[in-house]
Write a protein that binds this ligand. Structure first.
Ligand SMILES: NC(=O)c1ccc[n+]([C@@H]2O[C@H](COP(=O)([O-])OP(=O)(O)OC[C@H]3O[C@@H](n4cnc5c(N)ncnc54)[C@H](O)[C@@H]3O)[C@@H](O)[C@H]2O)c1
Length: 369
């Protein structure tokens, strides 16, 4: 057996599209990881991204997977490719960080996690917003008992849809996306972080329009098919006995987001869980106004979870944005969809461990490895 590796962790990135900018901007600033390669089916795009961010090499997926110094591969492909690319990464003996949703169905998601376990490798997954100062602050506030035992949650994500700004939005209206699978992971992972695992779901869904039109980029004006529901409402029951009402919609002409958790002693209004920062507002019993709880901790955005995974690998401890947590959230989303189709509640059979909060002085810019 080769000796355990030491020092900064080698990282490769597969998928050089829209979100790769944010990942590369952050990952290239963290001393504990070393970004060595960017790959894409579109090799030119990969090379441009590598050059833009000072990454030594850009090229094909096979070339990336052949680099021995790469230990974690960040999978930023579209949802339909996540499992297949994840399997390739594991087969090359490397750990996976996946964008969300890490799989489209329970079977292939479970297979990917089982294969990783068999090989002694890890699969971790977005969203890593749960590690940002905003949600960490909220988790600490609830764990400190400031609202009493959390009893219920309220989530609203409503927008007209992302086709106005994303230059290739078809995948956002296909299996694996829509408002539930695209935005659900942020809100549902935060709810699990605060209320624990979900036990039952009852959902409804609808589709307002069968086609949409691309609003930006070189293909602006092109019509494409909508293949998934564009509005979901659901009631969730948690194993703890808590409950939540959630709405995920690409049908509303009013943009609005809300994430709120209530206990016997207070109501906590959280920042947007698709961000890494923001104060929480605590309405204590009888208070005339909210107490503003400023967030403390890291406000670096996407890539934070990759760094936390890298440090966990070196420390030989579990990472926080675990594959099992992503699997549970996937299971909840699938259950909401199944329930809407069947017209009855669906039991959620998987579970998840709530990740520990990070130390308040956890610093992505520190060189610790
Ligand atoms: N765009 C955002 O704001 C955003 C935010 C958070 C998370 N995400 C997630 O990130 C992922 C990517 O989103 P995006 O907006 O960057 O998409 P994108 O379409 O802009 O980019 C995806 C890239 O992956 C490449 N690709 C697809 N299949 C591949 C394969 N098999 N092998 C190698 N490369 C492949 C494509 O060529 C493309 O360059 C999605 O899972 C999405 O949900 C996106």
């Amino acid at each position: 057996m080769s000796p355990p590796r030491t020092g900064p962790v080698g990282v490769g990135v597969i998928g050089a599209g829209v979100i790769s900018h944010q990942y590369l901007e952050n990952l290239t600033r963290f001393p504990d990881v070393n970004v060595l390669f960017v790959a894409d089916l579109d090799v030119e795009r990969a090379k441009v991204q590598a050059e833009t961010f000072g990454v030594p090499r850009g090229g094909t997926v096979a070339e990336l997977l052949a680099v021995p110094e790469i230990e974690i591969v960040v999978n930023l492909t579209i949802p339909a490719a996540h499992v297949q690319v994840g399997e390739q990464i594991l087969a090359a003996g490397k750990h996976v960080w996946s964008e969300k949703p890490f799989a489209l169905d329970r079977e292939t998601g479970r297979q990917l996690l089982d294969e990783a376990a068999r090989l002694g490798l890890r699969v971790a997954s977005a969203p890593d917003t749960i590690l940002g100062a905003g949600l960490q602050n909220a988790q600490r506030t609830i764990e400190a008992g400031r609202i009493g035992t959390p009893r219920n949650g309220l989530v609203l994500f409503q927008s007209p849809g992302p086709e106005s700004w994303h230059p290739s939005p078809e995948f956002l209206f296909d299996v694996g996306a829509g408002p539930l699978f695209d935005m659900g992971p942020y809100y549902l992972t935060a709810l699990v972080q605060l209320l624990g695992p979900v036990a039952r779901a009852k959902g409804t869904s609808s589709t307002s329009r069968q086609t949409r039109v691309i609003g930006s980029g070189p293909r602006a004006g092109t019509e494409f098919d909508v293949r998934v529901p564009t509005h979901h409402g659901a009631l969730l029951e948690f194993a703890s006995g808590a409950a939540a009402q959630v709405t995920f919609s690409f049908e509303s002409h009013l943009k609005r987001t809300l994430l709120e958790v209530t206990g016997a002693d207070g109501t906590l209004v959280l920042p947007d869980p698709n961000t890494f920062d923001g104060a929480s507002h605590l309405w204590s019993a009888g208070a005339e106004e909210a107490e503003v709880l400023e967030a403390t901790g890291s406000t670096f955005s996407r890539g934070t979870g990759v760094l936390e995974l890298a440090r966990a690998i070196r420390a030989d401890r579990p990472e926080r944005a675990r594959g099992e947590l992503a699997y549970h959230v996937l299971d909840v989303m699938i259950s909401i969809g199944e329930s809407a189709e069947a017209g009855r509640a669906v039991d959620v059979l998987s579970t998840a461990v709530v990740p520990d909060t990070l130390p308040t002085d956890w610093d992505p810019t520190a060189s610790t490895l």
